[in-house]
Design a protein around this ligand. Structure first.
Ligand code: ADP
Ligand code: MG
Length: 343
């Protein structure tokens, strides 16, 4: 009683574009022409235009054996929105480039597009164009996001000042913990296909890996509280790497305290289960898509009771080393060590 599957070749490139066009009617007044002509036409807003691109390749950035396609569609949009958020901007439009291998069916494509649509609706974004090509092997996704920011609101990586307070949202290391679990279950499954993955107790971290959220909620809250961070970046490669970006670009150094690093209990327990150091998950695990930012001391009062913002350290003079102070009081120098390079 198998579901009847439709080869994508049945509808062809133009059929798929028509389908996408029907699924994604433009909502923003700034989108004058979306899908359907040789180029989209936008009306510029008052401030500056932010542009960012992310490429996701099957086998490099995602594994379709454990990644549901609608989550993949959602994540592909969310990671771009996260970059706009990290500039303290508002996302407006995306374009979607797709390389599709012949194994993809129309039904699979629909699940992927449903995820893209869920993210576009959630973040209030128009899909305004893209391109489709066949791929010899593997699925690839290239999304470009356009956003808007007022001149005085845009936050760069280079604005951190000595004595600023270092803040991070949410909790860290969860996406990497989830990836470890998914990879382990995949190996178990390859060795014995009768074994069904046991993921219940890992639900939170698996979701952190498969369906991250861009922290636009925090951006809106900061705006309401009239707080403009002095520097900001999103945590895509791991906290250590992002801290060093802010330190180097701002010509300062940073000091963070292990006891203040936000880690979820399931992340912690999973690291221990894998005989790995939970602090390494937090410092070097990637893909949490939380926001790391610095604020001047005077803004601390306004944010200090925020349940989802954690104050992990402070900015110091460039002469000092970039330092992690452990719970035992030891000082460890922070190294750039994107977790990808460890694999
Ligand atoms: P051209 O041949 O001029 O590049 P296409 O036939 O590739 O035009 O595209 C026609 C329209 O469909 C354009 O508006 C394009 O942006 C849009 N489009 C193509 N692929 C996608 C896609 N993957 N997602 C959204 N829009 C798309
Ligand atoms: Mg084209």
């Amino acid at each position: 009683m198998g579901e009847k599957l439709t080869p994508l070749s049945d509808i062809g490139e133009f059929g798929l574009i028509d389908k996408i066009k029907a699924m994604f009617p433009a909502k923003h007044p700034s989108t004058k022409m979306g899908i359907g002509d040789d180029a989209a036409v936008l009306k510029p807003g008052k401030g500056r235009t932010l542009v960012t691109t992310d490429l996701l390749l099957e086998g490099v950035h995602f594994d379709l054996s454990y990644t549901p396609l609608h989550h993949l569609g959602y994540k592909a949009v969310a990671v771009n929105v996260s970059d706009i958020a990290a500039m303290n901007g508002t996302p407006r439009q995306i374009t979607l480039g797709l390389g599709i291998s012949s194994k993809f069916t129309l039904e699979a494509m629909e699940r992927f597009l449903e995820g893209v649509k869920a993210a576009c609706d959630n973040y209030g974004i128009d899909l305004i164009g893209g391109d489709i090509t066949s791929s010899r092997k593997g699925f690839f996704i290239s999304i470009t996001a356009l956003g808007e920011g007022l001149v005085g609101d845009i936050v760069y990586r280079n604005g951190a000042k000595v004595n600023d307070i270092i803040c991070v949202t949410g909790d860290l290391g969860g996406a990497f913990a989830g990836l470890n679990v998914l990879e382990r279950e995949k190996q178990v499954f390859i060795q014995n296909p009768q074994m069904q993955p046991k993921l219940d107790k890992y639900q939170y971290i698996v979701q952190r890996q498969l369906k991250p959220e861009a922290r636009m909620d925090i951006i809106h809250e900061l705006r309401e509280k009239k707080i403009v961070p002095t520097a900001m970046i999103d945590v895509s490669d791991g906290l250590a790497s992002e801290l060093l970006h802010i330190a180097n670009d701002s010509k300062v150094s940073i000091r963070v305290f292990e006891e203040n690093l936000p880690i979820d209990k399931i992340t912690y327990d999973t690291a221990v289960e894998f005989n790995l150091d939970p602090v390494t998950f937090v410092m070097n695990g990637g893909e949490d898509y939380e926001l790391l930012f610095t604020i001047s001391q005077e803004d601390f009062e306004t944010l200090k009771n925020h349940p989802d913002i954690h104050f992990i350290g402070f900015v110091q003079n460039k002469k000092e080393k970039n330092t992690l102070v452990t719970k035992g009081g030891n000082e460890v120098s922070i190294q750039a060590q994107g977790w990808r390079h460890l694999q």
